[in-house]
Design a protein around this ligand. Structure first.
Ligand SMILES: NC(=O)c1ccc[n+]([C@@H]2O[C@H](COP(=O)([O-])OP(=O)(O)OC[C@H]3O[C@@H](n4cnc5c(N)ncnc54)[C@H](OP(=O)(O)O)[C@@H]3O)[C@@H](O)[C@H]2O)c1
Length: 266
């Protein structure tokens, strides 16, 4: 690493995280890219080599407590100072909760989408606060603002992230740390395929460009805004529809696009 600022980005080998990595690199941040697959990390590093910054990768399964401990110990051992922390690695999982989905996978999703955000925040934001400088971007979802049938556990995991984010942001409001919540809507990444949702209406419809979604989050972070959505339409969904409709109405609205057979109007 050089003497540039350093951004640690989780889920940086693909999708929104990868696009965020490009934006940090463009702004002259060195990068520490974290996700599970070492090969994918190396491919991402290769693509990012056009930027004149140092790039380091660390393979970790963030749904595992011990991998997070290993990551933190390694960062300390290397003497890295993290200036920007991007908690972005997350997974979806679709299907009928009582008839179809597997509990083991749902609990793993919670460990990644919920536990890892808490664990990484505890370990890394503490350091930012101690130095009283830096920024934190958390990728949540517009799904955090509504109940999400057929992605019930995923929606709840993102509602947790939203609540956790605002509470923490308030706790450190007297510091110089910037904190921004990014809430994408459906975005063109591997997300829906990996969530077994490629065949649903939401999985097969036209989605937002991950580069645009990342830009909105990055711009909000650098401007000190508390949150950003992935597009104007998603902003309308989160800030208008999801504030005026009841929880049941929001659930029904989502059911129409996330039902495993949502080509039918259920
Ligand atoms: N795409 C959407 O429609 C959408 C909408 C709203 C919110 N989001 C949120 O956006 C964030 C990024 O998702 P994306 O759409 O960019 O998905 P993606 O294209 O599937 O990328 C996910 C990234 O996270 C990594 N990852 C997955 N599981 C991991 C684990 N257990 N430990 C460490 N890294 C892991 C993946 O690499 P490896 O597989 O190699 O680990 C990959 O780099 C997530 O938090 C997601 O919930 C996405």
């Amino acid at each position: 690493m050089s003497n540039k600022k350093l951004a640690l980005i989780t889920g940086a080998s693909n999708g929104i995280g990868f696009e965020l990595a490009k934006l940090f690199a463009k702004d002259d941040y060195d990068l520490l890219l974290v996700s599970r697959g070492q090969e994918k990390l190396e491919a991402a590093k290769k693509e990012l080599a056009i930027f004149n910054v140092s790039i380091t990768t660390f393979a970790a399964d963030l749904s595992k407590y011990d991998d997070i401990i290993r990551l933190k110990a390694w960062v300390e051992q290397q003497g890295y100072i993290i200036n920007a922390l991007v908690l972005n690695a997350g997974q979806g999982y679709g299907g009928d909760f009582l008839q179809k989905t597997e509990l083991a996978r749902e609990l793993e999703l919670i460990r990644l989408n919920v536990d890892s955000y808490v664990h990484l925040s505890k370990l890394f934001i503490k350091d930012l606060v101690r130095r009283n400088e830096g920024s934190v971007l958390m990728t949540s979802s517009v799904s955090g603002t509504a109940p999400i049938p057929y992605e019930a556990v995923y929606g709840a995991s993102k509602a947790f992230v939203n609540s956790f984010f605002y509470a923490l942001r308030n706790e450190i409001k007297t510091t110089n740390i910037k904190m921004t919540l990014l809430m994408p809507g459906a975005t063109e990444t591997n997300f829906f395929k990996n969530a077994d949702m490629a065949e649903t209406k939401v999985g097969s419809m036209k989605k937002d460009d991950p580069a645009e979604v990342a830009y909105r989050g990055y711009y909000a972070l650098m401007s000190g805004h508390e949150y950003a959505y992935g597009s104007d339409e998603v902003e309308y969904e989160g800030d208008v529809l999801n504030r005026i409709q009841s929880e049941s109405q929001k659930a029904q609205r989502h059911r129409l696009i996330s039902h495993p057979d949502s080509t039918l109007n259920k």
